[in-house]
Ligand binder design. Sequence first.
Ligand SMILES: [Zn+2]
Length: 261
Amino acid sequence: MMENVIDSHTHLEEIADLDGALKRAAESGVSAIVAVGTNLESNKKALEICRLYKDPGYPALYPSIGVHPGDLAHIDSFSAFNFIEENIDKAVALGEIGLDYWYKEARKDGPGRRLQEEMFLKQLDVANKHNKPIVIHSRGAWRDCFDRLVHSGITKAVFHWYSGPEDVLLEIIKMGYFISATPSAEYSPEHRRAIEITPLENMFIETDCPVIYKPESGSYRSEPKDVLRTLKAVAEIKNMEIARVAEKTSRNAIEFFGLNK
Ligand SMILES: [Zn+2]
């Protein structure tokens, strides 16, 4: 049966056979995809792909632009930030942004962490000014990401691929923020636990493609159609019908990102 699902987090510019991947996604029932950028180059490409890849045989594409904490060490953050400020109204969301304390340069308090923090807060200001929802990367920094969001008065945020501690997750849910589930829902205990705890009302689904996932059945490089794997895993964890999970998570994503407008 075809499901009508939305892949809410992808890095389409990193996919080798994009035309084929988009066709396969549409054939699998993927109706819309959010193309997420992480630095100046990938933000430009995310906008460009969404402009150029318009075809009845493709899912509808929507861009999100932001500067990822993991990209800061290698880029001119000044031009990357300016691009966000100038182009944010062309995007449905601001992201992927956040903090990541697992990167070597940010493991301890120091300049690496301060740079992440500074860029994160500046982008939260842009989101507030332009009334855009936020896509959060929070690996190893779940509490600090949450605190900065609340402090900045952000009301719409999704913690992408949430696999952090339960106490922060409960506060995320209480604040009305979202988490998004990836295909690692098939096997990652931390991610499965987060999905179990989070009500369907606070969730949507994604692939983070082309991330390579490593389930017991064999590792694979993901593409948007693999959001169906996420869908099935979430339905299994929550013991719900696949159609119901598809319908609710799609509606959540449509509302959150303001799609179909
Ligand atoms: Zn991502």
